[in-house]
Design a protein around this ligand. Structure first.
Ligand SMILES: O=c1ccn([C@H]2C[C@H](O)[C@@H](COP(=O)(O)OP(=O)(O)OP(=O)(O)O)O2)c(=O)[nH]1
Ligand SMILES: [Mg+2]
Length: 161
Protein backbone atom coordinates (compact mmCIF):
# COMPACT_ATOMS: atom_id res chain seq x y z
CA UNK A 1 0.00 0.00 0.00
CA UNK A 2 1.32 3.43 -0.90
CA UNK A 3 1.65 5.82 2.03
CA UNK A 4 2.78 9.31 1.12
CA UNK A 5 5.41 10.76 3.45
CA UNK A 6 6.84 14.26 3.73
CA UNK A 7 10.26 14.48 5.32
CA UNK A 8 10.07 17.57 7.51
CA UNK A 9 13.68 16.82 8.36
CA UNK A 10 15.33 16.00 5.00
CA UNK A 11 18.43 14.53 6.65
CA UNK A 12 16.48 11.66 8.21
CA UNK A 13 15.48 8.62 6.13
CA UNK A 14 11.91 7.48 5.50
CA UNK A 15 10.35 4.99 7.92
CA UNK A 16 11.55 1.53 6.90
CA UNK A 17 10.86 -2.12 7.66
CA UNK A 18 14.02 -3.73 9.04
CA UNK A 19 13.16 -7.17 7.57
CA UNK A 20 10.74 -8.52 4.97
CA UNK A 21 7.51 -9.42 6.76
CA UNK A 22 7.99 -7.01 9.66
CA UNK A 23 4.72 -5.43 10.77
CA UNK A 24 6.31 -2.27 12.12
CA UNK A 25 8.40 0.31 10.26
CA UNK A 26 10.89 2.02 12.53
CA UNK A 27 10.40 5.66 13.49
CA UNK A 28 13.37 7.85 14.39
CA UNK A 29 13.77 10.73 16.77
CA UNK A 30 14.46 14.04 15.05
CA UNK A 31 16.05 15.45 18.20
CA UNK A 32 18.46 14.53 20.96
CA UNK A 33 16.51 13.83 24.11
CA UNK A 34 17.32 12.55 27.59
CA UNK A 35 14.56 11.15 29.78
CA UNK A 36 15.14 10.97 33.49
CA UNK A 37 13.52 8.07 35.38
CA UNK A 38 9.76 8.51 35.21
CA UNK A 39 10.01 11.37 32.74
CA UNK A 40 8.01 11.58 29.50
CA UNK A 41 8.50 13.64 26.34
CA UNK A 42 6.61 14.22 23.11
CA UNK A 43 9.33 13.45 20.59
CA UNK A 44 9.15 14.60 16.95
CA UNK A 45 9.98 12.05 14.23
CA UNK A 46 10.60 14.47 11.35
CA UNK A 47 7.87 13.00 9.17
CA UNK A 48 4.26 13.68 8.22
CA UNK A 49 2.05 11.05 6.59
CA UNK A 50 -1.09 10.71 4.53
CA UNK A 51 -2.49 7.39 5.75
CA UNK A 52 -5.09 6.18 3.23
CA UNK A 53 -8.69 6.53 4.42
CA UNK A 54 -9.98 3.30 5.93
CA UNK A 55 -6.55 2.75 7.48
CA UNK A 56 -4.72 3.87 10.62
CA UNK A 57 -1.07 4.07 11.58
CA UNK A 58 -0.40 2.87 15.13
CA UNK A 59 2.72 3.95 17.04
CA UNK A 60 4.01 0.99 19.02
CA UNK A 61 6.98 0.71 21.41
CA UNK A 62 10.08 -1.25 20.38
CA UNK A 63 10.57 -4.29 22.59
CA UNK A 64 14.37 -4.06 22.67
CA UNK A 65 14.33 -0.55 24.12
CA UNK A 66 11.58 -1.57 26.53
CA UNK A 67 13.51 -4.63 27.76
CA UNK A 68 16.94 -2.95 27.97
CA UNK A 69 16.03 0.56 29.10
CA UNK A 70 12.41 0.53 30.28
CA UNK A 71 11.53 2.88 27.42
CA UNK A 72 7.84 2.78 26.53
CA UNK A 73 5.07 4.94 25.11
CA UNK A 74 2.51 6.56 27.40
CA UNK A 75 -0.44 6.21 25.00
CA UNK A 76 0.59 2.94 23.43
CA UNK A 77 -0.38 2.33 20.74
CA UNK A 78 -0.57 5.93 19.55
CA UNK A 79 -3.17 6.54 16.88
CA UNK A 80 -2.28 8.44 13.71
CA UNK A 81 -5.58 9.17 12.00
CA UNK A 82 -5.95 9.04 8.23
CA UNK A 83 -6.79 12.73 8.12
CA UNK A 84 -3.81 13.86 10.22
CA UNK A 85 -1.24 15.87 8.31
CA UNK A 86 0.92 17.11 11.17
CA UNK A 87 4.25 15.72 12.29
CA UNK A 88 4.10 12.23 13.75
CA UNK A 89 5.24 12.38 17.37
CA UNK A 90 5.97 9.72 19.95
CA UNK A 91 5.03 10.17 23.60
CA UNK A 92 7.98 8.36 25.14
CA UNK A 93 8.27 7.53 28.83
CA UNK A 94 11.24 6.21 30.77
CA UNK A 95 9.89 3.55 33.13
CA UNK A 96 13.31 2.65 34.52
CA UNK A 97 13.37 3.56 38.24
CA UNK A 98 17.05 4.53 38.24
CA UNK A 99 18.72 5.07 34.87
CA UNK A 100 18.12 7.94 32.45
CA UNK A 101 17.56 7.08 28.76
CA UNK A 102 19.67 9.07 26.31
CA UNK A 103 18.52 9.21 22.71
CA UNK A 104 20.36 10.80 19.84
CA UNK A 105 18.81 12.30 16.71
CA UNK A 106 18.33 9.47 14.21
CA UNK A 107 17.91 6.73 16.84
CA UNK A 108 15.01 4.35 16.25
CA UNK A 109 12.48 5.01 19.00
CA UNK A 110 9.21 3.36 17.98
CA UNK A 111 7.54 1.44 15.19
CA UNK A 112 4.62 2.33 12.98
CA UNK A 113 2.05 -0.35 12.15
CA UNK A 114 -0.32 0.58 9.33
CA UNK A 115 -3.55 -1.39 9.25
CA UNK A 116 -7.10 -1.36 8.00
CA UNK A 117 -9.86 -0.10 10.26
CA UNK A 118 -13.61 -0.53 10.06
CA UNK A 119 -15.49 2.72 10.42
CA UNK A 120 -18.53 2.12 12.61
CA UNK A 121 -21.97 3.48 11.95
CA UNK A 122 -23.09 3.99 15.57
CA UNK A 123 -26.80 3.23 15.83
CA UNK A 124 -28.70 3.88 19.06
CA UNK A 125 -30.99 1.05 20.23
CA UNK A 126 -33.09 0.40 23.36
CA UNK A 127 -31.37 -2.87 24.31
CA UNK A 128 -28.50 -5.01 23.09
CA UNK A 129 -28.63 -8.61 21.82
CA UNK A 130 -27.86 -11.18 24.55
CA UNK A 131 -24.48 -12.90 24.62
CA UNK A 132 -22.70 -15.65 26.57
CA UNK A 133 -20.39 -13.13 28.25
CA UNK A 134 -23.02 -10.59 29.10
CA UNK A 135 -21.57 -7.75 31.18
CA UNK A 136 -18.77 -9.87 32.67
CA UNK A 137 -15.31 -8.38 32.33
CA UNK A 138 -12.28 -7.15 34.25
CA UNK A 139 -11.09 -10.64 35.15
CA UNK A 140 -14.53 -12.28 35.38
CA UNK A 141 -13.10 -15.48 33.86
CA UNK A 142 -10.10 -15.58 36.21
CA UNK A 143 -9.63 -17.60 39.41
CA UNK A 144 -11.65 -17.36 42.62
CA UNK A 145 -9.75 -14.35 44.00
CA UNK A 146 -10.10 -12.42 40.74
CA UNK A 147 -13.82 -13.13 40.56
CA UNK A 148 -14.30 -12.00 44.17
CA UNK A 149 -12.34 -8.83 43.57
CA UNK A 150 -14.42 -8.10 40.48
CA UNK A 151 -17.61 -8.58 42.49
CA UNK A 152 -16.34 -6.10 45.07
CA UNK A 153 -15.44 -3.46 42.53
CA UNK A 154 -18.61 -3.80 40.45
CA UNK A 155 -21.21 -4.32 43.19
CA UNK A 156 -21.35 -1.31 45.54
CA UNK A 157 -23.43 -3.40 47.97
CA UNK A 158 -20.54 -5.80 48.50
CA UNK A 159 -17.75 -3.24 48.52
CA UNK A 160 -15.48 -3.42 51.53
CA UNK A 161 -14.57 -0.15 53.18
O1 LIG B 1 1.28 8.77 19.27
C1 LIG B 1 0.67 9.63 18.61
C2 LIG B 1 -0.68 9.90 18.77
C3 LIG B 1 -1.28 10.88 18.01
N1 LIG B 1 -0.55 11.58 17.10
C4 LIG B 1 -1.20 12.59 16.25
C5 LIG B 1 -1.91 11.90 15.09
C6 LIG B 1 -3.33 11.84 15.55
O2 LIG B 1 -4.21 11.80 14.43
C7 LIG B 1 -3.45 13.10 16.37
C8 LIG B 1 -4.51 13.04 17.43
O3 LIG B 1 -4.25 11.92 18.26
P1 LIG B 1 -5.35 11.41 19.30
O4 LIG B 1 -6.68 11.34 18.63
O5 LIG B 1 -4.81 10.20 19.94
O6 LIG B 1 -5.29 12.58 20.37
P2 LIG B 1 -6.46 13.41 21.07
O7 LIG B 1 -5.97 13.70 22.42
O8 LIG B 1 -7.77 12.69 20.93
O9 LIG B 1 -6.41 14.73 20.23
P3 LIG B 1 -7.42 15.25 19.10
O10 LIG B 1 -8.49 15.97 19.85
O11 LIG B 1 -6.58 16.17 18.25
O12 LIG B 1 -7.92 14.06 18.33
O13 LIG B 1 -2.17 13.27 16.99
C9 LIG B 1 0.79 11.32 16.92
O14 LIG B 1 1.47 11.93 16.10
N2 LIG B 1 1.36 10.35 17.68
MG1 LIG C 1 -8.63 12.16 18.99
Amino acid sequence: MRVEVVRLDPELPLPAYAHPGDAGADLLTAVDVTLRPGERALVPTGIALAVPFGHVALVHPRSGLAARHGLSIVNTPGTVDAGYRGEVKVLLVNLDPVEPVELRRGDRIAQLVVQRVELADFAEVESLPTSARGAGGYGSTGGFAAAQQTAQTTDPGKAST
